[in-house]
Design a protein around this ligand. Structure first.
Ligand code: PGA
Length: 254
């Protein structure tokens, strides 16, 4: 059985004060949970605060992005070594917002995964189709392309230390969640794609669902065979909402 993973993607939200309150709330509630791995990914300026507050707790720290380069003249960028130094264990890579607004290609995203590996951080590789692509029945083709685009650059072995998040673009921040059946279908497809290269990696890799996951729909989504957790945007900004999803993870793991 794969351990459920619930990761909060705060995106570009929070203030110093609200970040502290949110982290404290998550820490307090997480102490009652034992089966789900819990990760929070605040914006870069709050990583130091996160490292301090989360130290000695079971809640882990993640980042929302990383530079492909190790160091040097790359104004505005943050390296994998910097993230690791501030206690990050996970890094969200290739989120659809990064692909859409910042032009990240599969080749760039593959480099980000490579950068994470140099610091033993686990990338959360995001894949997913737009509404138009789904309507044109291109979902599997798009996702296969996104996964193959990374594997062709860095090899299947890198997926020993990678989490995949299936995030249908049409479900992100829209309140429109994929049904558990729709999500399971794509998750099974992703696992099969990995199995085509390595059965052992396919069996152990965790595939998260992301896109308007909330306390109300989390139990049904998380009880699907190939859904191993969630990447949570909006609902990760309120400690109780986020914790309710984490509790759903604990219940399915029991
Ligand atoms: P959402 O975002 O939960 O607000 O839909 C998920 C994500 O973008 O990771």
């Amino acid at each position: 059985m794969r351990q459920p993973l619930i990761a909060g993607n705060w995106k570009m939200n929070a203030t110093r004060t609200s970040a502290e309150a949110l982290l404290s709330g998550v820490i307090a509630g997480a102490s009652a949970l034992s089966k789900t791995e819990i990760v929070v990914c605040p914006p870069f300026p709050f990583l130091s605060l996160g490292e301090r507050l989360l130290s000695g707790t079971a809640v882990k720290l993640g980042a929302q992005n990383v530079c492909t380069k190790d160091a040097g003249a790359y104004t505005g960028e943050v390296s994998a070594a910097m993230l690791a130094e501030f206690g990050c264990r996970y890094v969200i890579c290739g989120h659809s917002e990064r692909r859409e607004y910042y032009g990240e290609t599969d080749a760039v995203i593959a480099e980000k995964l490579r950068a994470c590996a140099t610091q033993d951080m686990i990338p959360i590789l995001c894949v997913g189709e737009t509404l138009q692509q789904r309507q044109q029945e291109l979902t599997e083709q798009v996702i296969a392309g996104q996964i193959d685009g990374v594997i062709s650059q860095i090899g299947i072995e890198a997926f020993n230390q990678t989490v995949i998040a299936y995030e249908p673009v049409w479900a992100i921040g829209t309140g429109m969640t994929a049904t558990p059946e729709q999500a399971q279908e794509v998750h099974a497809f992703i696992r099969q794609k990995i199995a085509d290269r390595s059965q052992a990696i396919a069996e152990k890799i965790r595939i998260l669902y992301g896109g308007s996951m909330k306390a109300a729909n989390a139990p049904d989504l998380l009880s699907q065979h190939d859904i191993d957790g969630g990447l949570i945007g909006g609902a990760s900004l309120i400690a109780d909402d986020f914790l309710a999803i984490c509790r759903a993870g604990d219940l399915v793991a029991s």
